[in-house]
Design a protein around this ligand. Structure first.
Ligand SMILES: Cc1cc2nc3c(=O)[nH]c(=O)nc-3n(C[C@H](O)[C@H](O)[C@H](O)COP(=O)(O)OP(=O)(O)OC[C@H]3O[C@@H](n4cnc5c(N)ncnc54)[C@H](O)[C@@H]3O)c2cc1C
Length: 429
């Protein structure tokens, strides 16, 4: 007879692994189904993960998790075609346990995380795709995968941004291009010593560096470079609908970014070892689907839980927190042996207690604000133009800075528009 599981978790990303691990630790029979050859095989992200929540699951994670570097420097740069204006924030506090954030490579990390869920008692079935849901009337009672029917009290969909299962459960529609950003990323290998010299790093210190500017050709989005032990994760994240409308390939924007003189010198002599592309749900709370049905819950990117403020891109954190909240709801339901929609609605309660719904609510206006084209095609240019004027010495008498600013603004942006944008920053962030 086939095993009947308390829970089947679909997807072994951060949401699925956190969910499966929490369920297994509580003694529930748990199957994690992952379509990749191994967890992480098909996955990508920029690469910054966050310490405090992870610490709840693994109190000594720094001893064993495949951390690349601890992020002690946060850098932001505004780019024009041939100039860069940058700010670097360093804090030694970020180097203290349990660490603020750190860089990771997913192929290593997801595999490690799935192994941990397995050690806690979950069964991890890799190379197996969930194709459909099993129904008993209006109740979901398992999944169909690899030609088999796998029964369970609850299915938790952690199957990422294009969640087929949440669609099949009738909880959400397919996201539209305006609800997503396209990410493309490369991993560029650089000898460790060379990397540390270039970025002025020692030991396991790392940098998270974000960029906005002319390289996106006015398309909302930006680029990033994160340092790993002996490689760089470099990529761009841009609005999908604007790429389609303007017939621009994200990869071409990444190539342009890599050729910028401020960027290229950090990449020279590097070897491209990985290329990947992935979508990100970026409409925040506005596109959150229904989160539960009879015998069914949805977590992580599948539930569009991703925080994008222009200053942070936190998907992994919300994925992990929602996976843990979903597990708590299943554990409560198991105690009552009631897996109905009403019983599983405690998921909302656990989500409200966690950072997920609070962060999405606090920054609910950020997605709209980030559509403002001036953020990408006016302000970076203005900032670089001003810096150039201030630091240029052409042997002639200098002009007052205010006069220079007015000249740079002319034809690009009015004082009224700046005031309105500042007001919108206040509302969104
Ligand atoms: C370019 C880019 C940069 C990013 N940078 C960051 C960052 O720096 N920090 C951050 O916190 N977040 C970042 N994110 C967002 C982050 O990657 C996601 O929010 C996070 O991975 C979501 O986790 P998840 O577990 O919900 O989904 P995923 O990580 O997408 O995992 C879903 C899993 O489900 C599996 N799966 C899918 N369908 C099926 C099926 N039918 N059957 C079986 N298995 C299935 C997939 O193979 C995958 O393993 C970035 C994303 C991108 C694209």
């Amino acid at each position: 007879m086939k095993q009947h599981f308390d829970a089947i978790v679909v997807g072994a990303g951060p949401a699925g692994c956190a969910c499966g691990l929490t369920l297994a630790k509580s003694g529930l029979s748990t199957l994690i189904v992952e379509r990749g050859k191994f967890a992480g095989a098909k996955n990508m992200w920029g690469g910054v993960f966050y310490g405090p929540l992870f610490h709840q699951l693994f109190p000594d994670f720094w001893e064993e998790a495949p951390v690349e570097r601890y992020i002690l420097h946060h850098r932001i740069s505004f780019l024009t075609a041939d100039a860069a204006l940058s700010a670097d924030f360093f804090s030694s506090k970020f180097g203290r346990k349990p660490y603020n954030s750190f860089s990771l490579l997913r192929a290593k990390f997801d595999r490690w995380f799935a192994d941990k869920a397995q050690q806690a008692g979950a069964i991890v079935a890799s190379g197996l795709q969930a194709d459909d849901l099993l129904w008993d009337g209006s109740r979901i009672v398992g999944i169909k995968a690899g030609g088999d029917e796998l029964p369970a009290n609850v299915v938790v969909a952690c199957d990422g941004v294009n969640s087929i299962l949440a669609e099949k459960a009738g909880l959400r529609k397919r996201l539209l291009p305006q609800d997503m950003k396209q990410g493309v990323k490369e991993v560029i290998q650089i000898p460790r010593q060379m990397l540390e010299q270039r970025f002025n790093l020692s030991g396991d210190e790392g940098v998270a560096w974000e960029f906005i500017g002319s390289f996106t050709k006015g398309i909302p989005g930006g680029a990033f470079i994160y340092t790993n032990k002996d490689s760089l994760s470099i990529g761009i994240v841009v609005q999908l609908s604007a790429l389609i409308k303007n017939k621009i390939e994200a990869n071409d924007l990444l190539e342009e970014f890599k050729e910028h003189p401020e960027v290229a010198r950090y990449l020279s002599e590097g070897e491209l070892v990985e290329y990947s592309a992935h979508l990100i749900p970026t409409s925040g709370r506005a596109k959150m689907p229904e989160l539960f049905a009879d015998g069914f819950l949805v977590a992580g990117d599948a539930a569009a839980f991703c925080l994008v403020t222009g200053l942070n891109l936190e998907g992994s954190n919300l994925a992990m927190a929602s996976g843990m909240a979903a597990a708590e709801a299943v554990i409560q339901a198991k105690k009552k042996e009631d897996f109905s929609k009403k019983s599983l609605s405690s998921y909302s309660h656990f989500l409200k207690q966690s950072l997920v719904l609070k962060d999405l609510e606090t920054f609910r206006k950020a997605p709209k604000f980030l559509e403002n084209p001036r953020i990408y095609n006016v302000y970076p240019g203005l900032a670089c133009d001003m810096a150039e004027k201030i630091f240029t010495n052409d042997g002639r008498p200098k002009k007052k800075i205010w006069k220079q600013l007015k000249r740079s603004m002319k034809g690009n942006v009015s004082l009224l528009q700046i005031a309105s944008d500042l007001y919108n920053i206040k509302k969104a962030l």
